[in-house]
Design a protein around this ligand. Structure first.
Ligand SMILES: Nc1nc2c(ncn2[C@@H]2O[C@H](COP(=O)(O)OP(=O)(O)O)[C@@H](O)[C@H]2O)c(=O)[nH]1
Ligand SMILES: [Mg+2]
Ligand SMILES: [Zn+2]
Length: 279
């Protein structure tokens, strides 16, 4: 039979096939390549074969991710450098990022407008609140293997529970969690939806791009869809967009075509990559 691994617990795997769940073990010979949640497998009583992967994320451990919903909220205050790193991470790995603005019930108009403005050319944006659920738009985007990511307490588990119509994920208390930095969600599990699968993840709360990919400083800006057009106006093909010397991106930041916040965050991420490459 063929199926998808939706859960991993010690040496036992849950495999979903034709709408039915099977609990199976992994074959010893698969030890080296490993079996991960999201893997497409051939199985009988044990997993016999793992199909070639599109990608494999280490943190959270997930295979074949198609879409990542990056969740932010007005509270806790977003770390947009982290958001932008996640986006780069997605584009490097062939994953489509979608920015989900949660807690719109407590968001100021300013917060929503700024966020729309900053990301309108970078990715798709969906605005929701788990308090007055209208989840049609989000549901439509659950296609292929998807995951929710983002800082602790932005509402990932709450979103999961609304989507599934039952409490499958533990919801944390905002203040307690921020204080202790505690993660309530640990194991990754994929839940089946009409057209895809969705996982709640605790990973990605801190992302070191240098740890997860061998991205070079020069490549970085190629993973910014909102920089694409302006890059063509850089005089030098090796331009890192740090100096005013005939740089199309800096020009576009000046005339407002590129978000200043996105650009300043780009510079921070670039510096991190440059420092890493020195050693
Ligand atoms: N006001 C408001 N609070 C929310 C919303 N969604 C979640 N919360 C609250 O945010 C806190 C953290 O939620 P949780 O789902 O555990 O976040 P996670 O850490 O990202 O999984 C909880 O107190 C939730 O009740 C929302 O849409 N509006
Ligand atoms: Mg959670
Ligand atoms: Zn440039």
């Amino acid at each position: 039979m063929e199926g998808i691994v939706t859960k991993k617990n010690a040496n036992l795997f849950t495999v979903l096939s034709d709408g039915r769940s099977y609990i199976v073990s992994g074959k010893g010979t698969l030890k080296k390549q490993g079996v991960f949640v999201g893997d497409k497998v051939e199985f009988d009583k044990t997993i016999e074969k793992v199909m070639p992967r599109k990608n494999l994320l280490i943190r959270p451990p997930l295979a074949n991710l198609d879409r990542l919903f990056i969740v932010i909220a007005p509270l806790p205050k977003p770390d947009f450098v982290l958001v932008d790193k996640m986006m780069v991470y997605c584009f490097v790995n062939g994953i489509e990022p979608i920015l989900v603005v949660n807690k719109t019930d407590i968001a100021s108009d300013d917060f929503i407008c700024e966020t729309r403005k900053n990301y309108k050319n970078a990715c798709k944006i969906i605005e929701i609140s788990t308090k007055n659920a209208n989840f049609d738009e989000l549901k439509k985007e659950i296609q292929g293997t998807c995951a929710l990511a983002g800082q602790s307490a932005v509402g990932k588990s709450s979103i999961m529970n609304v989507l599934l119509g039952k409490a499958v994920c533990e919801i944390g208390n905002l203040s307690a969690k921020v204080q202790r930095g505690k993660q309530t969600t640990r194991l990754v599990e994929l839940f089946a939806f009409e057209k895809g699968y969705l996982a709640d993840t605790a990973g990605f709360s801190m992302l070191e791009l240098t740890m997860v990919s061998d991205l070079s400083p020069r490549e970085l800006s190629t993973y910014y869809p909102d920089f694409l057009k302006a890059r063509q106006n850089c005089k030098f093909s090796s331009c890192l967009h740090q100096k005013h010397d005939k740089c199309g991106i800096i020009e576009s930041v000046k005339n407002g075509e590129i978000s200043k916040m996105r650009y300043l965050n780009y510079l921070k991420i670039l510096q991190e990559l440059q420092q890493f490459k020195k050693y």
